[in-house]
Design a protein around this ligand. Structure first.
Ligand code: AGP
Length: 615
């Protein structure tokens, strides 16, 4: 959850680290800190709250040096306070550490170190790491930073990304990755090198990256980098060239990343489709999926595992894959999956959907599936992330960096990916007639245009947000393939505006939630012209009869719905299977605009972080 940046080279480290942290602030904003080697000493500045507080402190009290580490914190152990902020320094002042993850056995380690006389300066689990390194450096590691860190890592339970710096060996930073607490990317430059928990932090400086695997430790110097396993075996690093454009990781003319990412969806969806769909012969190719025709035909079931917005995307994908590939699909929360001893075999494919590729619950579900012999597939946005690497095959979302904590463009791209997967499986399994396949493939050609036309209507949504922003409860209703969109619309609203909102299957409303409806309850009803349109109209009538304020999401040209609902937001007519991708856009815009009206911090909503790397 926390963000980590490290630099070693010839330039001033502090501004580079702070700039990287700024690009990672979405990962945590309870506190931030930097440590820089200046004149042979470790200088630390830390502050609570947003990075701007740290920046102000650094302006008043700068530190200069060419090697350093920095951190933005999402608090787990120890309240957000300056003394709990990273970097943490050892009692002897020799070592300093930044960390992402939870030291599950920190209490016994802390007791042991305390008994030896170590005085702790924080309540964090992280501090035991640096105190442990200091102790080991004095003993078996003979002062060597890499060796002391390697030995310390073997004591830690849980998943971790750790970066350590020492005043004794100023020519290096040492980074370790254990488990799935988060990535460690090493960015390679000319006479300088970078370390970051996420690519966007350092993308402006280099696109050549090495990603540490679990239980690997890197010694990063200005002129190179060596990697070994925690067992001491050398590792030949694999260098990845990252195609992301650094400009796309910046906010540009937009007020918030979320706003930018909503408006980018015409382009991001085009990028998701590009190169995979052959409109001239109506086929789809997904080479990174590593699936043969025989594999696809042998599949008896697909289980999707994901969390949050990605889970809702999986619920839409179930419609795609069942309908177009005639393959039975179950969708499960990553955080729940492994707690019920799931039944799996090698004819089951487990598909994880994850923007970050780092969500620890989703990765744990993948591990469980792998241990039971299932074929692992993943749909991932973050290139080189764990979920991409451990899967037998993957489909990239190609949405570009998503910085806003509230996921938007990754949601639509992941639905498109599942549509492609469904067509591809349908093709390999021979379940679609050529005409059916042609129809579904050709439908995709219009999707970016439909998205752009939907976005053109943003002013109507903004005007509606002005009228609705003071309500404190919302109900979102959808049916069939649009029910997950009701869930997602409600999630977006609660995440960024802190308004209580519930998504519900429209047909279930009469079984309970209808009791909630009165004149203080706006009801957002997704009532597009599809197979359940009439049913949605009667749901709208039921809500109106109880005094609810109904906002209908309707198909362009539907004047009838306007006679029933209080407000109508129109979207262009689209093929039924693609409706969810269109329908979610006004709901993203509505949540965004309501949050802006309420003065909420859209890109960094309270208590949240972009990738959730703790259980
Ligand atoms: C989305 O707006 C949320 N911030 C959150 O639900 C997110 O989708 C979830 O944590 C899963 O993340 P992932 O896609 O990176 O795995």
């Amino acid at each position: 959850m926390c963000g980590i940046v490290g630099y070693i080279g010839a330039l001033r480290a502090t501004p580079l680290i702070v700039d990287g942290l700024q690009r990672l602030e979405y990962r945590g904003y309870d506190s931030a800190g930097v440590a820089v080697l200046a004149d042979g000493q470790i200088e630390i500045r830390r502050d609570v709250g947003k990075l701007s507080n740290l920046q102000a402190r650094l302006q008043a009290d700068p530190i200069d040096g060419t090697t350093g580490i920095g951190h933005t914190r999402w608090a787990t152990h120890g309240v957000p306070a300056e003394h709990n902020a990273h970097p943490h320094i050892s009692m002897d002042g020799e070592f300093v550490v930044v960390h992402n993850g939870i030291v599950e056995n920190y209490l016994p380690l802390r007791d042991e170190l305390s008994a030896e006389g170590v005085q702790f300066a924080s309540e964090t689990d992280t501090e035991v790491i640096v105190q442990l390194i200091a102790r080991l450096a004095q003993n078996g590691a003979h002062g060597d930073l890499t060796e002391a860190t390697r030995q310390a890592a073997t004591y830690l339970r849980g998943s971790h990304a750790i970066v350590v710096m020492s005043r004794r060996q100023p020519d290096r930073l040492v980074a370790v990755r254990i488990g799935n607490a988060g990535g460690v990317a090493i960015g390679l430059g000319q006479g300088e090198n970078y370390i970051a928990s996420d690519i966007p932090a350092i993308l402006e400086h280099t696109r050549q990256m090495i990603f540490l695997e679990s239980r690997q430790i890197a010694t990063v110097r200005a002129d190179g980098c060596t990697i070994q396993t925690l067992d001491g075996h050398p590792v030949e690093p694999q260098i990845h060239a990252i195609a992301w454009d650094p400009v796309s990781a910046a906010k540009g003319e937009y007020k918030h990343f979320m706003q930018k990412e909503i408006f980018e969806q015409g382009r991001s969806i085009t990028d998701t489709i590009r190169g995979r769909v052959h409109f001239d012969h109506n086929t789809v190719t997904l080479p990174d999926l590593n699936l043969t025709e025989a594999d696809a035909r042998a599949l008896t079931r697909l289980v999707t595992v994901a969390c949050g917005t990605s889970y809702y995307s999986g619920l839409v994908g179930k419609f795609y894959i069942e309908q177009l590939a005639r393959l039975n699909v179950e969708v499960d929360y990553g955080s729940e999956y492994r707690y019920r001893d799931p039944i799996l075999d090698h004819n089951t494919a487990v598909l994880s959907i994850t923007q970050s590729g780092e969500t620890v619950d989703t990765l744990a579900a993948m591990e469980e599936a792998q241990s039971k012999g299932a074929r692992l597939l993943s749909i991932v946005n973050a290139i080189g992330s764990q979920a991409m690497r451990v899967a037998d095959g993957h489909i990239s979302m190609n949405a570009g960096p998503e910085i806003g904590v509230a996921s938007t463009k990754a949601f639509t791209s992941s639905m498109v990916d599942q549509y492609l997967l469904a067509l591809y499986l349908g093709q390999l399994r021979g379940v679609l007639t050529p005409d059916q396949r042609a129809q579904h493939v050709q439908d995709l050609a219009h999707l970016p245009d439909l998205v752009s036309r939907t976005l053109e209507r943003h002013e109507a949504v903004e005007a509606l947000a002005q009228q609705l922003h003071h309500f404190t409860d919302f109900l979102y209703l959808g049916r069939g393939i649009n029910y997950p969109i009701a869930l997602e619309g409600a999630l977006k609203l609660k995440e960024i505006s802190y308004i209580h909102a519930e998504g519900y299957p429209a047909g279930e409303m009469k079984h309970g939630p209808i009791a909630l409806i009165d004149e203080n309850m706006p009801v957002v009803a997704i009532a597009l012209k599809d197979a359940v349109y009439d049913k949605m109209i009667s749901q709208i009538e039921q809500a109106k009869a109880r005094g609810g304020i109904v906002i209908a999401l309707a198909t362009e040209g539907d004047t009838f719905v306007a006679t029933k609902a209080d407000h109508v937001l129109y979207v262009p007519e689209a093929p039924a299977l693609l409706n969810p991708i269109i329908a979610v856009i006004p709901l993203q815009l509505l949540a965004y605009s309501i949050a802006v009206w309420r003065g909420a911090d859209v890109d960094q909503p309270r208590n949240l972080a972009k990738s959730v790397t703790v259980e």
